[in-house]
Design a protein around this ligand. Structure first.
Ligand code: MRU
Length: 342
């Protein structure tokens, strides 16, 4: 993706130096900075601190972190511990476990194999997202108004994105899509990251409050919903950013097609349904405080909630497959029944 006339991926590495680089998403949209990570411990911490976030980007980063660990010390005890540390960072995004397992297995053959596997996971992520864009574009008509939740754009993957990839493809083909961007409290990935991406790509959009979707749906102003996914069970139940479930229920009520866009690496083959998904519970600081730059550009944190109150902050919810009209994947637009056979 191009930022200020330069081509970027969300995360990449330098094999010779054993370093990982990523766009610091905690600073966006106010500052665009690249962070350099010198060890698997640093990369794991960057995943935990959400310097990188979004299912595919977490997966690619975890793969690179696993390869970094093999380069640091290929002793079995060391890399097994490293795998546990990386996997303890974010429990819901299945791409993380997909990547650590694949790089770990490759690394047991040789360190070089681990490095090659990490790179191929990142490339596969970008290629899959490009295909998601092509398949999803077929569903979008000229000037359609699409609601999206959270950020499932290129920042959430290595490139292109999942939910936003069809939007970019439609825009590129001259269709003029319009996007309603849910602000996505508590962290505001929609208002901060999706809005920034769409702005960079000159796609028409407006940020709306999370609780405004029913208003626009009831007024016939939303034609389609596309969200991403962090984990999809074999029956199609889908974990995605908190608030997705209520958008799906609303979409059904107002007869608006609701699509989930994700590469097939997001399908959790171990889970027959969403009942067993582990839902990450995040610090209530995300809910009680907001951060942003003051008039001098210095990042500040302000309290939004009544002093002394505590919050509850589940990061994801699970949308049952009955609310999902289709899955826009790198293998085409699929129905829940198709997922079992993949
Ligand atoms: O907690 P985050 O920001 O890592 O949330 C994950 C997500 O980005 C969303 O749930 C997204 O819609 C799906 S992942 C591409």
């Amino acid at each position: 993706m191009r930022v200020s006339n330069q081509e970027y991926r969300t995360v990449w590495n330098n094999v010779e130096l054993n370093k990982v680089y990523m766009i610091d998403q905690t600073l966006l949209p106010f500052k665009f900075e690249i962070i350099e990570l010198n060890s698997f411990e640093d990369t794991a911490k960057a995943i935990k601190d959400m310097i990188v976030r979004g299912a595919g980007a977490i997966g690619a980063s975890a793969g690179y972190a696993m390869a970094q660990a093999f380069v640091q010390n290929s002793d079995l005890t060391f890399v097994t511990k490293a795998k546990q540390i990386i996997e303890s960072t974010r429990p819901t995004a299945v791409n993380l476990f997909y990547a650590t397992s694949k790089v770990f297995e490759a690394g047991l053959i040789s360190v070089d194999n681990a490095i090659v596997m990490a790179r191929s996971i990142a490339d596969e992520d970008a290629d899959s997202c490009k295909l998601i864009g092509e398949y999803g574009n077929d569903l979008i008509k000229n000037k359609q108004r699409i609601l999206t939740h959270c950020n499932a754009g290129w920042l959430a993957f290595v490139d292109y994105g999942s939910a936003l990839s069809p939007v970019y493809a439609a825009h590129k083909s001259g269709k003029e899509p319009f996007v309603y961007v849910d602000e996505t409290r508590p962290r505001g990935q929609g208002a901060r990251l999706t809005a920034w991406e769409l702005n960079e790509n000159k796609v028409e959009y407006r940020i709306i409050a999370d609780n405004a979707a029913a208003f626009y749906m009831a007024n016939g102003q939303i034609d389609m919903v596309i969200t991403g996914a962090d984990r999809i069970a074999r029956n199609g139940d889908t974990a995605n950013k908190i608030g997705t479930l209520e958008k799906a229920i609303l979409a059904k009520e107002f007869d608006i097609p609701f699509y989930v866009a994700a590469p097939i690496s997001t399908i959790d083959k171990e889970s027959p349904s969403g009942d067993s998904f582990i839902i990450e519970e995040r610090s209530d600081e995300e809910l009680l405080y907001h951060d942003g730059p003051d008039e001098k550009g210095i990042m500040r944190k302000i309290r939004m909630a009544s002093p002394g109150s505590k919050g509850l902050n589940p990061a994801f919810d699970v949308t049952p497959h009955k609310y999902i009209n289709g899955f826009i994947t790198n293998k085409g637009v699929l129905q829940a029944n198709d997922l079992r056979n993949l």
